[in-house]
Design a protein around this ligand. Structure first.
Ligand code: GLN
Length: 520
């Protein structure tokens, strides 16, 4: 079982179809592993009851030879900002600490009907506002790669010699998981599930994927339904996918993509499932290296990785060309404005009357709103609401919101110019460094960190483009270093093909559970 939890979904499915393992056995092992890695705080709620029922149903289907496909019996996790019927859906906020929705998010409903087993709901920055999973009502999530849990329970896969197990010293402080989908990333990295859903508005899926050594896919805006994903910035939110391999990400994407009547912003055209071949030829591709992504603050190791992968692509026959996206530097500033305007509006419904936290205050409805909202939200959310309302004042609207929207168009046009000049893909860093130390990360406030953390990821959300994080190698500190690929709208097939080529070429080290950590 120790090995089984880390192999690709297709192979686990083969075992299930072959009858060598029962979904309920996999489920039991996954749940046991969640308690072993509990110190990392990746789950807000482990959903034992749902998981047990779903695994038993999968067992029955296995017995009757009526399995539903490759996802039947596969353990997954979901970020706690997706609605799951009658299950706590907290957004890592006191405001929703006791909230259970009456319906399922479309993405979960689609996965459920294909037989997945829901292991739990994962930790995040409150309402997905952040880039570290350090601003959660339930406490921060720790990165597996920098914790004692790694040296105690995990080893590197036998096929890789570039690493030796990291030694821990008293003075070692733990690293952040990245965010805001840090809980989902750690849930996958630790092997408690094969895949997890994150959300990505400015980088929240790709950032933790980068710091945790995972594939992190942000699909084209509108390709995957947002129904049941509690909104942050409606015109940029997309469900994200975190997995250990590109093939696993493809399986999940194929399961959740496609039009949805319940989400008017989902693209109303039939989804053609992606199918990647094992032998990949990249020799006819033109890959752009945008100079604006080589910013100050980029670590020497990331810069070297970027150069190294560019060389590998060139050696394989691709043409790798320097390009420019001149409005990149304005992207994150405009995002801050647009984000706060949407936050001011989206958070207005949390008033203590209909659902969510309600303060013990009976003097007047006004006082009830005031006390409920000041108790329910953390300072990051409160800040964003206040600033958003300021931007939306009649006298400021043109100056901030409209101006940011105009700039958004220019940023999207920068990409169009490249795609129209035959650039097929872009290669950039995802994050500027390896995972930062927690104590150093929290020296800067949430907003300042977002400016740094989201620099490379956020422009894809501005333009709605698909983008993916691909882990490349371990740093001197034995922490994951990653890069990002971006593609034109709806070119997931091309994006994932090249991601798979990089994956096959760089062979990022795979983790396994040590034999001493027996899961039966
Ligand atoms: N860090 C960004 C923010 O806090 C993006 C978050 C996200 O993608 N959900 O707004």
């Amino acid at each position: 079982m120790n090995k089984l939890l880390f192999i690709p979904i297709k192979e686990i499915s083969r075992e299930i179809y072959g009858g060598t393992v029962r979904p309920s056995e996999i489920c039991k092992a996954s749940i046991k592993l969640t308690s072993i890695v509990k110190p990392l705080n990746s789950y807000i709620n482990v959903t034992n009851d749902v998981a047990g029922e779903q695994a038993n149903s999968a067992d029955e289907r296995q017995q009757r030879n009526s399995l539903l496909g490759q996802l039947d019996g596969i353990p997954i996790a979901i970020k706690d900002n997706y609605c799951v019927k009658d299950k706590l859906t907290t957004c890592a906020s006191r405001m929703l600490a006791n909230f259970s929705p009456g319906y399922n998010a479309t993405v979960y409903e689609k996965l459920r009907t294909q037989g997945v087993v829901l292991i739990g709901k994962t930790n995040l920055d409150e309402f997905a506002m952040g880039s570290g999973t350090v601003d959660s009502f339930y406490g921060p999530t720790k990165n597996l790669w920098s914790s004692e849990v790694l040296s105690q329970f995990y080893s590197y896969g036998s096929d890789d010699s570039q690493v030796t197990t990291r030694k821990f010293h008293e003075k070692d402080t733990w690293r952040i998981a990245g965010g805001s989908s840090g809980g989902s990333a750690v849930a996958v990295a630790t092997g408690t599930c094969c895949a997890a859903l994150g959300s990505d508005t400015g980088g929240s899926t790709r950032n933790p994927a980068s710091y945790c050594g995972l594939i992190g896919l942000k699909p084209t805006y509108g390709l995957v339904s947002r129904y049941g994903l509690i909104p942050l910035l409606n015109s940029m939110d997309v469900p994200g996918i975190l997995t250990r391999t590109v093939d696993d990400a493809v399986l999940i994407l194929n399961a959740i993509a496609g039009p949805d009547q319940a989400d008017p912003t989902s693209v109303q055209r039939e989804y053609v499932p992606i199918n990647l071949s094992e032998t990949i030829d990249i020799s006819n591709l033109r890959i752009g290296i945008p100079k604006e992504y080589g910013v100050q603050g980029i670590s020497e190791e990331i810069a070297k990785c970027w150069e190294k992968v560019s060389c590998l692509l060139k050696e394989a026959g691709a043409s790798v060309v320097p390009v420019s996206l001149p409005h990149t530097d304005y992207s994150i500033v405009c995002y801050s404005v647009l984000n706060r305007c949407d936050v001011a509006s989206n958070m207005a419904c949390y008033d203590g009357v209909e659902y969510g936290h309600r303060a013990n205050e009976w003097s007047s409805i006004h006082e009830l709103y005031k006390k409920t909202r000041s108790e329910g939200f953390n300072n990051v959310v409160k800040d964003r609401i206040l600033v958003g309302n300021y931007f939306l004042l009649a006298e400021n609207y043109e100056k901030y919101y409209v101006k940011a929207m105009k700039m958004r168009r220019l940023i999207a046009q920068d990409f169009d110019v490249l795609w129209n000049s035959n650039v097929d893909l872009l290669l950039t860093p995802t994050t500027l460094t390896e995972a930062p130390r927690y104590d150093e990360f929290i020296q800067l406030d949430n907003q300042t960190q977002c400016l740094i953390q989201d620099h490379c990821t956020q422009p894809a959300n501005m333009a709605g483009l698909p983008a993916i994080n691909v882990p490349i190698k371990l740093s001197c500190n034995k922490l994951p270093l990653s890069l990002q690929l971006m593609a034109p709208l709806f070119h997931e097939q091309r994006l994932l093909t090249v991601a798979k080529w990089i994956e096959q070429t760089v062979r990022f080290p795979r983790l396994e559970l040590k034999n001493s950590c027996l899961l039966e």
